[in-house]
Ligand binder design. Structure first.
Ligand SMILES: NC(=O)c1ccc[n+]([C@@H]2O[C@H](COP(=O)([O-])OP(=O)(O)OC[C@H]3O[C@@H](n4cnc5c(N)ncnc54)[C@H](O)[C@@H]3O)[C@@H](O)[C@H]2O)c1
Length: 258
């Protein structure tokens, strides 16, 4: 039985933990958890029977214990990946699953790559789409030669309006200086897939964009600072947080808006 620790018990971390528990419980077991949110630790630890002494509310206290498991999953927010992964390698972890993107700073990416190589660490980045049936099939078809030589790939991942508002307007990726820009936060998957499909490393990337629509000057009449702050424009607003998260928790999934 292999053991796994997880740093970052949010959306992604708990999803991976669920996979381990639900599909691989004979092969692997979660043994230690770390999150700066005490609430997250309190909520999730009992589900995995993690004892108090294996619950950590800072990475400093987590790494101070040395290597606690065969593998480590790092699923914190983008800006913290570099420091946490560096500390993990320095502590002696040999199998690390790190959420994308590695870093928004090229030198940090290179340092981690070099550290992993020098220390014999298997550092895997969660470009998860490669492992989905859909994209695996595309890869299989390309490799089979059935459709001939690939001379160009046009690949677009559309971001739904609810996802855009949730993540890139008011959410974790609202500010590229505290997280990462779209080219990394979203398009890193496209770049990864394209390079993988054609089996050739990426040579250059360009990106354009800017704040255009979600600006104060475009706010509808009567809009409040926040959706729950007495907004007079919320009735037909497709971005109303109250509808998103409280009254219509399925993101209007049945609506023709999507
Ligand atoms: N591979 C994919 O397809 C995919 C999809 C979505 C998000 N992501 C990436 O996954 C990562 C996590 O995203 P998420 O949506 O789960 O975020 P989230 O905000 O839901 O979860 C992050 C968790 O990390 C904790 N945390 C933050 N800083 C910490 C620190 N220094 N030490 C310990 N815990 C800390 C937070 O309290 C939170 O519980 C991001 O880097 C994101 O870009 C990847």
């Amino acid at each position: 039985m292999k053991t796994v620790s997880v740093i970052g018990l949010g959306n992604r971390g708990t999803e991976y933990m669920g996979f381990i528990k639900g599909f691989h419980s004979k092969k692997a077991k979660i043994v230690a958890l770390c999150d700066i949110s005490q609430q997250a630790l309190d909520d999730i630890s009992p589900q995995y029977k993690i004892p108090k002494e294996r619950q950590f509310n800072s990475t400093d206290s987590f790494f101070a214990e040395g290597v606690l498991s065969d593998a480590l999953i790092i699923t914190t927010q983008d800006a913290s990946h570099y420091e946490i992964t560096k500390a993990a390698i320095e502590t002696g972890y040999k199998y690390i699953l790190l959420e994308k993107p590695v870093s928004g700073v090229k030198d940090e990416y290179r340092i981690l790559r070099d550290m992993a190589e020098a220390n014999g660490v298997i550092l895997i980045i969660c470009h998860v789409l490669r492992y989905s049936n859909y994209y695996s099939k595309i890869k299989e078809i390309i490799e089979s030669g059935k459709i001939g030589d690939i001379v160009s790939v046009n690949h677009t991942e559309n971001v739904g309006y609810f996802h855009f508002a949730h993540s890139f307007v008011r959410g974790n990726w609202r500010d590229e200086f505290t997280s990462t820009p779209s080219i990394l936060a979203k398009c890193c998957h496209d770049i990864d897939l394209i390079a993988w499909f054609i089996d050739s490393p990426c040579v250059s990337v360009s990106s354009v964009g800017g704040l255009k629509y979600f600006c104060k000057e475009n706010a509808p009449e009567g809009a409040a600072e926040r959706c729950l702050g007495g907004c007079k424009a919320k009735k037909n607003c497709p971005y109303d947080a109250e509808a998103f998260y409280i009254t219509d928790p399925f993101y209007k999934a049945n609506s023709s808006n999507i």
